[in-house]
Design a binder for this molecule. Sequence first.
Ligand SMILES: *Cc1c(COP(=O)(O)O)cnc(C)c1O
Length: 394
Amino acid sequence: MSEPTPNRLATDLIHAGRIRTNLDENAEALFLTSGFTYESAELAEAVFANQIEHFQYSRFANPTVAMLESRLARLEGAEACRATATGMAAVHAAVMCGLKAGDRVVASRALFGSCHWIISTLLPQFGIESVFVDGPDLPGWQAALAKPTALVLLETPSNPMLDIVDLAAVSRLAHAAGALVVVDNVFATPLLQKPLQLGADVVVYSATKHMDGQGRVLGGAVLGSRQWIEQVFQPFFRNTGPSLSPFNAWVILKGLETLPLRLKAQSESAEAIARFLETHPRIARVLYPSLASFRQRELALRQMSGGGTLIAFEVKGGKPEAFRLMNALRIISISNNLGDTKSLATHPATTTHMRIGAEERARLGITDASIRLSVGLEDVQDLIADLTQALDKM
Ligand SMILES: *Cc1c(COP(=O)(O)O)cnc(C)c1O
């Protein structure tokens, strides 16, 4: 039903995987239906026996969701994709579907908060050992992966301090230990980083972030080989039900059409803002992957084709100064979301990373003066002016 996709990426993000009905609609149809009907009992029998391909029930598959899955697979360069209700549903299902009691999991320490909870708290409840490694510490990975391991989960660049993990080196070590390598690629997006080409086995996304990119819906995706998706992931997915709503899939399809344009503009603005912040006397430190001052710049630019839309920085002083800056912003909003067309500022120590505690924050380099900025699609001169007037009020 879907069409071949011989075109360049920007074209395929508008056309790939299209399922057009006999009504010849131009935009992708929104199949807001939970179930499908069968002409005869014989057809239903054949469909359930896997003899005929036919949509059955939207928990398993849905045409609008299938269009999104085809397009995401094309974007990632993956054989197969399943879309999920949220980014966390994607991470949870990708991690849990192949694990069993007695297994061992190694993960980078600087993970999105809920991913950290799955590894540190949920897995041990099922008799699965979990081990954390500092993402940039290659000897640390080597030591942790000296024992047989079932799965590696890592995030690069990490939230919020933009630690970079060497994807090729860690994938090699992980495979030698027998592990499946799962990469949370939300910060880089599939446009700036292709983990599968660097040796990873599975890539997971929160489509809530850059893919919708306009702050409307939650969604997620899991991408990997056809064999892994069909044989390991699909039974877990089909029977546990973390499925994406067709409505949300339709919104994310519209988001993908403009993803390359949005990401290019937002990344350019982010780099300009990072350079501006670096020269400001009230700023102590700026982290952005393509800055000359970025400690892991060489590795970042080896595996990413751009710095992305997120900046981490520290103001001089502590929490009062950070709060004063954030409260004085007029265009940039205070919010814990990211990847949106609207620029958003977060104080990780008191919000997204409050629950992990002061000791773990210190290990991750998150201080009371740290601010994460997700750069949106506003005019960059207005964003710099907004930051300038807010910095003046500190
Ligand atoms: C937001 C996010 C998630 C979770 O996605 P949801 O759509 O909120 O469930 C996972 N990993 C990273 C890096 C994220 O930024």
